[in-house]
Write a protein that binds this ligand. Structure first.
Ligand SMILES: [Zn+2]
Ligand SMILES: [Zn+2]
Length: 308
């Protein structure tokens, strides 16, 4: 008897999706693109974060699958964004609290003095792009020599990274230049270095900066960890979880992914970051579900030290 209302509810049920993409292409009037994007995203009813600059666009937005599709369709109607590589993943619903569309001087910044040249073909002078299978070809040819270089912040790498990757000591993007110039990676300047990041955008710029500083054989993982994980899951060179910048906080490419991080309270493996309960701190720390549920820990180890 109650089958009808139930099935009606199913028809209207939403399927939350998140898309991630960037396009490096010269935009003469980023303010106009911003207004168009704001309008497009609002009409499509998607939320998230969109950055526009004279260098192109970078966005992560989410919403119901139909709404996200409408947004993507509108996006691709603009010729310079027609070939945008859209990376889809499953959301959990209300993945972003709001819509933010901003114009910035650069799409990604490492606060480096280096000029970045963007043409219709993308960033000039970066590392050679490697599709996931091309990365494996490089490993087949030069396996022992190949070095992975994590282009993300250290917090992200703590729960997942490529095998034996170099993880620079970075809290913010500002720290990368200091790290690269510190001399501690000089031994790799004549080795094949593969930079990687979440979706690939940071490596477009980071690989230029590394080449400018004497790294001679630089590659960048095309489509980032996202595309690699889709292709190889837990069966490749990726280890652990992927840190993501939405409500999910982390994602796994296949069930059974190993957890590299461990709970600060009990030491059990967990990919779960939470914000410190201290309002003036808000530092991210790893805490398993049990320790959160039991109330054993809601402050970071700096605010409330872990008992010895
Ligand atoms: Zn725990
Ligand atoms: Zn704290």
């Amino acid at each position: 008897m109650c089958a009808a209302p139930h099935s009606l509810k199913l028809v209207g049920m939403s399927l939350p999706k998140i898309v991630l993409f960037y396009v490096f292409t010269p935009l003469a009037d980023p303010e106009a693109i911003k207004l168009w994007q704001q309008n497009l995203a609002e009409r499509a009813n998607v939320k998230g974060r969109i950055i526009v600059s004279e260098q192109g666009i970078n966005a992560t937005v989410g919403g119901d699958i139909h709404d996200v599709k409408r947004y993507v369709k509108g996006l691709k109607e603009y010729a310079p964004f027609k070939n945008a590589d859209i990376k889809w993943s499953d959301g959990v619903g209300d993945d972003f609290p709001r819509l933010s569309v901003k114009v910035r001087p650069e799409l990604v910044t490492f606060h480096a003095p280096d000029p970045i040249t963007v043409t219709e073909d993308g960033v000039r002078g970066g590392g050679t792009h490697l599709k996931p299978h091309q990365l494996h070809e490089l490993m087949d040819q030069r396996g022992e020599e190949v070095v992975f270089f994590d282009g993300r912040n250290a917090v992200e790498a703590r729960i997942g990274k490529f095998k034996d990757a170099l993880v620079p000591e970075t809290d913010t993007t500002r720290d990368f230049i200091d790290e690269i110039e510190s001399g501690k990676y000089d031994a790799f300047k004549d080795k094949p270095v593969v930079t990687y990041c979440t979706g690939g955008i940071r490596c477009e710029v980071l690989s230029v900066l590394m080449k400018n500083r004497g790294f001679q054989d630089v590659y960048q993982l095309d489509g980032g960890i996202v595309r690699y994980g889709e292709a190889y899951g837990n069966k490749g060179l990726w280890d652990g979880s992927l840190y993501v910048f939405d409500k999910r906080m982390h994602m796994e490419f296949e069930p059974g992914a190993r957890s590299l991080g461990s709970c600060v309270e009990c030491g059990n493996p967990t990919p779960r970051y939470v914000n410190c309960a201290e309002g003036s701190c808000r530092q991210l720390f790893l805490c398993c579900e049990d320790c959160t549920a039991s109330g054993a820990r809601d402050h970071c180890p700096d605010c409330v030290p872990v008992p010895a």
